[in-house]
Design a binder for this molecule. Structure first.
Ligand SMILES: Nc1ncnc2c1ncn2[C@@H]1O[C@H](COP(=O)(O)OP(=O)(O)O)[C@@H](O)[C@H]1O
Ligand SMILES: [Mg+2]
Length: 575
């Protein structure tokens, strides 16, 4: 929690203002009962109208000043709180953007989202409340006691009894409530998870007719949260009447004994009323402090979750003195590369060595789960290798600035990712300053023009969130256009063509061939058809290379490749 308060530093000035203003408010509130006591004791008792008017005027002025200070304090504290939240969100977001996929795997995307939204809101609210109460509560409590004792020392014992009773009640309730508050936070996480899965997987849920199952799962999480919330609220519902009871009993006691004192001539009416007001102020101050303590665990749990994100070092960083290779263009070499996913028992790829040259097409083929995607994901450093090295233009990619590496790459991932923006903007994602002609040309090569122009607003049509208004093949073609517009030295297509029909696949590859003639092209494929004329085919099986060569060579030498070819030939023959 304290670590996060560091980011409050830019707000030093407004915070000082809030503290100063609340200080003034507290002073005013401490002064008012004494003023009132004076008016009653002196003015009313003596029937001195002038006295009443004079001090009444002062009271009015103090009250107005009090109100003004209080309003400004609220205003500034809201400003600080919101600004603080905004800064925290920005800091967390910027941090997350540096993460490699390792860190995403570790914390989990839904949790990262909750942390940037809900958790930051908790911390922000807490900071706001602390700012207001930090000065108010101690001042009212201590000042109240001093003023009350000064006014009438014979009644202080009532306070000495009432305050411990209130404190005891709060401690009792809080110690039962706090674990529940924490449990509720976890249950909210659970609801988020179930909800998210239900929404993103809605097609699967419907197709497999699992609506009832999902509904039950949600109901369970929902009822769980409801039950916990009800328990907490029951406890809280008990707290307030109990506190009011104690407060009212305190007033009653003060009145009872005060009345006797007045009867004996040992006290004045005004003092008695002021004393009661001070007693209330003191008890409210105790309440405020206890609220802080109730909020604290929740906020500190959130702060811990945020700090965890900020403290997580991005696993992949530019090394000192990163070298950039200027001489060669797009030459890739894998040297005995082995990589395992965190927590996996076996490496996903093992001992991979090969090189890919500009002007050549290198294809990677293999069954599902063979490690094809893993292999190509190592090139943009989504993950770093465990042993061995990947060299681009003769430089280990770990020693190259990431930006330099990534400008060399046009990467089309297996699952095309589109953003909720126009088609043109999605293609321009590959190159910010691409002209309309460049965008149109990239779309033309990617065989996307036809379906884009068929949409109502052409290139200005919106892509729905997650690209749901496009088919899988259409999304893939836009992703290809995005890579093309970049004119990179290296193209990586991860299973890009399997979502396309044979005709589009052929047309796209023919157009690509011209465009990428001088570039290094890596194609991950399922269909032998797609890669027949590749300069080099690498056959992956279970994470290892079992064959390298052209189609002709492999058919002769590689058993696994022969099996793949055989299975697809029969499929085609049947089709
Ligand atoms: N993010 C991940 N975390 C852990 N294991 C993974 C992850 N992605 C893939 N794998 C595992 O790595 C292996 C290779 O997967 P992948 O490279 O996607 O295969 P392919 O693209 O050839 O179908 C599989 O056994 C898969 O279970
Ligand atoms: Mg794959």
């Amino acid at each position: 929690m304290l670590k996060l308060f560091r980011y409050l530093r830019p707000f030093a000035a407004p915070i000082a203002l809030v503290l100063g203003l609340t200080f003034l408010t507290a002073l005013a509130e401490l002064y008012l009962p004494t003023l009132m006591a004076g008016i009653i004791n002196v003015g009313v008792v003596r029937g001195d109208l002038l006295y009443i008017l004079r001090f009444g005027g002062i009271m009015l002025a103090v009250t107005l000043a009090d109100a003004a200070c209080s309003i400004f304090a609220s205003w500034f504290s809201a400003k600080v709180g919101m600004g603080y939240g905004r800064d925290l969100r920005r800091i967390v977001f910027e941090r997350v953007e540096l993460f490699s996929l390792h860190e995403f795997d570790r914390i989990g995307t839904p949790s990262l989202i909750t942390r940037t939204t809900n958790d930051i809101t908790q911390v922000q609210n807490f900071a706001m409340v602390v700012m207001r109460m930090m000065i108010m509560a101690p001042l009212l409590a201590i000042g109240g006691v001093i003023m009350a004792v000064q006014l009438e020392s014979k009644l202080t014992w009532v306070l000495a009894v009432a305050i411990p009773v209130i404190a005891a009640i709060i401690i009792l309730v809080a110690s039962r409530g706090l674990p529940l508050f924490r449990a509720i936070q976890a249950k909210i996480d659970r609801i988020n998870l179930v909800m998210r899965e239900g929404l993103t997987g809605v097609r699967v849920v419907r197709a497999f007719d699992r609506l009832d199952h999902e509904r039950k799962r949600f109901d369970e999480a929902n009822l769980d949260l409801t039950a916990a919330s009800i328990t907490v609220n029951r406890l809280m519902a008990l707290l307030f009447p109990l506190l009011m009871l104690v407060m009212n009993l305190t007033s009653l006691t003060i009145l009872w004994f005060g009345a006797k004192l007045i009867d004996m001539g040992g006290m004045q009416i005004g003092s008695l009323m002021a004393f009661i007001q001070y007693a209330m102020q003191i008890m409210f101050a105790v309440l405020m402090v206890s609220f802080l303590f109730i909020m604290l665990p929740r906020a500190s749990a959130s702060a811990g979750r945020i700090h965890e994100v900020l403290a997580l070092e991005p696993g992949i960083r530019d090394s000192e003195g990163a070298r950039s290779a200027e001489e060669e263009r797009g030459f890739i070499e894998f040297r005995n590369v082995t990589f395992s996913y965190p927590g996996a028992e076996e490496p996903a790829v093992r001992g991979i060595s090969f090189s890919a040259r500009p002007g050549e097409v290198t294809a990677i083929i293999g069954g599902t789960g063979a490690g094809k995607s893993t292999l190509v994901n190592l090139i943009p450093r989504f993950y770093d290798v465990d042993s061995g090295a990947i060299l681009v233009d003769g430089v280990d990619i770990r020693e190259m600035p990431q930006e330099r590496l990534r400008t060399k790459l046009g990467f089309v991932p297996q699952r095309a990712v589109l953003f909720n923006d126009t088609i043109a903007a999605n293609i321009r994602y590959g190159k910010d300053d691409a002209t309309d002609t460049e965008v149109a040309r990239a779309a033309e090569i990617a065989q996307a023009t036809e379906f884009v122009l068929a949409m109502t607003e052409g290139f200005q049509s919106m892509v729905a969130q997650g690209g749901t208004n496009l088919s899988g093949g259409q999304k893939q073609r836009l992703a290809v256009a995005r890579a093309l517009v970049r004119k990179p030295e290296i193209y990586v297509f991860d299973d890009t063509f399997s979502a396309l029909d044979f005709k589009t696949d052929a047309a796209l590859r023919a157009a690509l061939k011209e465009e990428t003639a001088d570039a290094t092209v890596l194609i991950v494929a399922q269909r032998v058809n797609t890669i027949l004329d590749a300069d080099r085919i690498i056959v992956l099986d279970d994470g290892v290379v079992v064959g390298t060569g052209t189609h002709r060579e492999l058919v002769r030498t590689c058993q696994v490749y022969r099996e793949i070819v055989a299975s697809q030939l029969t499929e085609e023959a049947l089709a």
